[in-house]
Design a protein around this ligand. Structure first.
Ligand code: FPP
Length: 240
């Protein structure tokens, strides 16, 4: 049973296994992403019910551009379908949508639908749902270093002013952008045991939970199991 008094504030998910789910059924990979989108909807809903304040999903990485054009355009079409069909429900449920990543280069229809969603949910005060899109942890740190370097060049900062907090503020999760605390819990489905360039700075002390099921098969029961696993961990943050 979940301890409702110790719900993590921020859960970050690597929704892995859509391709394998489709392959097992002899379906195209995009069918796996479509099934994955349905799971994502359920998990957004359930996060809200559990009182989670921030949910971040890895929807498209900086490396995912290497996939076939059919798969890449399929994922962005699903993004359009998702935001257009869910917008009213997101508004009704007081969900605020944010993007982590530079989405300026995504297909223009996806960009337009996404911007509408960001605009129409920006005043909401319930669950903050962050979609990591064209996101890479190393790319994010590179951009932060670049911004800070520019501030130093312009005389706005001195190198000794660089603190961990300052670096954090310049990340997509920082207070200059989506303003999200570090995730207490990271869940990866499909049995793969790695972070794959996800939230590298922010996961320094996150608890990692790996679920064996493929993302389209991930249920709210599996989700609660992962949260229970997190609650059973002894978090010491380097202390004793
Ligand atoms: C990883 O599985 C999944 C992705 C790279 C895409 C995730 C996309 C969705 C869940 C649906 C769309 C939702 C939005 C918001 C765009 P994989 O393809 O790497 O699976 P595999 O390892 O089995 O091949």
């Amino acid at each position: 049973m979940i301890d409702k008094t110790r719900i993590p504030a921020h859960v970050a998910i690597i929704m892995d296994g859509n391709g394998r789910w489709a392959k097992k059924r002899g379906l195209p990979r995009v069918a796996g992403h479509n099934a994955g989108m349905k799971t994502m909807k359920k998990i957004v809903d359930h996060s809200d019910k559990l009182g989670i304040q921030y949910l971040t999903v890895y929807a498209f990485s900086t490396e995912n551009w290497k996939r076939s054009a059919v798969e890449v355009s399929g994922i962005f079409k699903l993004l359009v379908t998702y935001v257009n069909s869910e917008l009213q429900e997101l508004i009704d449920n007081n969900v605020k949508v944010k993007v982590l990543g530079d989405y300026s280069s995504i297909p223009s229809d996806a960009k337009k639908s996404l911007e509408k969603t960001l605009e129409q949910t920006k005043e909401n005060t319930g669950l903050q749902f962050n979609i990591a899109l064209n996101y890479g942890g190393r790319d994010e740190i590179r951009r932060a270093v670049c911004d800070i370097g520019r501030d130093i060049q312009q005389g706005l900062l001195k190198p000794e002013d660089i603190t961990e907090e300052l670096i954090g503020n310049h990340l997509f999760t920082g207070n200059l952008h989506a303003d999200v605390p570090d995730p207490e819990l990271v869940i990866r489905t499909s049995g793969e045991l790695r972070l794959s360039n996800y939230l590298l700075w922010q996961t320094a002390y996150s608890e990692l939970v790996f679920a064996d099921v493929l993302w389209p098969d991930f249920t709210t029961e599996e989700y609660e199991k992962a949260i229970c696993e997190y609650q059973s961990r002894d978090r010491r943050f380097g202390g004793r």
